[in-house]
Design a protein. Structure first.
Length: 365
């Protein structure tokens, strides 16, 4: 397999496009910022699954650059597909999303007959991230670390009785908005530490034997109480629902006002599930005790070769909230284990698509 690579310098020694034209075989275009981190492993897996395959790498979505390589490609691995790519997709057999969310794929623009699939394997990584963030906020670990490092102050109620007692998770109420693989994995982590759980979903359904105290429909139409009840009872509220019209702006000022004072909000879904202004004001005003935010309202468009991406994650000054927000750059699912599991799915689906077999994790069209 020939080695091509990212055009923005994220993986050194590689170049985008087909080298010296193309000498036949199956062509795979990868448009993703994470898979280049396991480029050798992906190319090896594809070589085993689809002998003679060649990869063109694009760590950032540039429609014009992607279109050039897509003209002869049978497989596109990308979490974004637009109508501009459709005229160049004549050879395409598979559109493989390298993640679970497919909200960036314009499937209506995709030519008929192209299979679509997604992958996952990120639920345990996200659960680790969520649990770590919530524990850090409720146990006031950042404040204690800053004080001991900065001034030698032992910022614990053991030494300063004016400080509040940190909060553990035993007996705490954890509410989930959405309860798929991520919600279930997060809940098992919290449950192991003695927390109590509840969830709302669009359908009101959760997996049997979940161990939740209650569950219901988000809109409350089943009489269980819905989102309003969930928020009003949750010491920790975890957003892990897909972004669809019904969930955009779900956490607005009215809903956030229902939360117990000092509650922690976690968002590992999509930024716009929460109204940015409402969440910021609830934190700035002290009604909420903190937030663990891994997803945002704005993302950097890209960066020059060899530089770090820079860009404000929203309109509000989130840095001004200090230790009340544990912020991360949409990285909760980015671990070596997750990426290697996704590599296996990409390679297997490339093989299946070209062999005319049923895909793993197909996306209905």
């Amino acid at each position: 397999m020939r080695h091509h690579a990212p055009e923005d310098g994220l993986t050194s020694g590689l170049t985008s496009g087909w080298p010296g034209g193309h000498d036949g075989g199956v062509r795979v275009v990868v448009v993703d910022p994470n898979l280049p981190l396991v480029a050798a492993e992906l190319e090896a897996a594809l070589a085993a699954a689809v002998p003679g395959s060649t990869v063109a790498w694009h760590p950032r979505f540039d429609a014009a650059a992607v279109a050039v390589d897509l003209r002869d490609a049978e497989v596109l691995v990308a979490s974004r597909y637009t109508a501009a790519l459709a005229p160049h997709s004549g050879a395409l057999r598979l559109l493989q999303c390298p993640a679970a969310g497919v909200d960036g794929l314009d499937l209506a623009a995709l030519p008929a007959g192209v299979g679509v699939a997604r992958t996952g394997h990120h639920e345990l990584a996200v659960a680790e991230h969520v649990l770590a963030g919530v524990v850090a906020l409720r146990r006031r670990l950042r404040e204690q670390d800053d004080a001991l490092r900065g001034t030698g102050t032992w910022a614990s109620p053991t030494y300063d009785a004016s400080l509040p007692l940190p909060l553990g998770l035993a007996g705490a109420s954890v509410g989930f908005v959405g309860f798929g693989a991520i919600g279930g994995a997060c809940w098992r982590a919290f449950e192991a530490l003695g927390a109590l759980g509840a969830a709302v979903t669009g359908s009101g359904r959760v997996a049997p034997g979940s161990g939740l105290g209650w569950s219901g429909r988000t809109d409350g139409s089943d009489g269980a109480g819905g989102l309003d009840r969930l928020v009003s009872e949750s010491d920790v509220l975890v957003l892990c629902a897909p972004l669809v019209p019904a969930t955009k702006g779900l956490l607005d000022a009215r809903v956030l006002a229902l939360a117990p004072r000092g509650a922690v909000v976690v968002n590992v879904a999509r930024g716009p599930l929460a109204d940015e202004d409402a969440l910021f004001e609830a934190l700035a005003g002290g009604h909420l005790g903190g937030a663990v935010l891994d997803v945002w309202w704005s993302y950097p468009r890209g960066s020059a070769a060899g530089t770090t991406a820079v860009g404000a994650p929203g309109r509000r000054d989130w840095a001004s909230l200090g230790g009340r927000v544990l912020a991360s750059p949409h990285s909760s699912a980015v671990t070596r284990q997750v990426l290697l599991a996704r590599v296996a799915d990409v390679a297997e689906n490339a093989r299946r698509a070209l062999a005319g077999e049923a895909l793993l994790n197909p996306v209905p069209r």
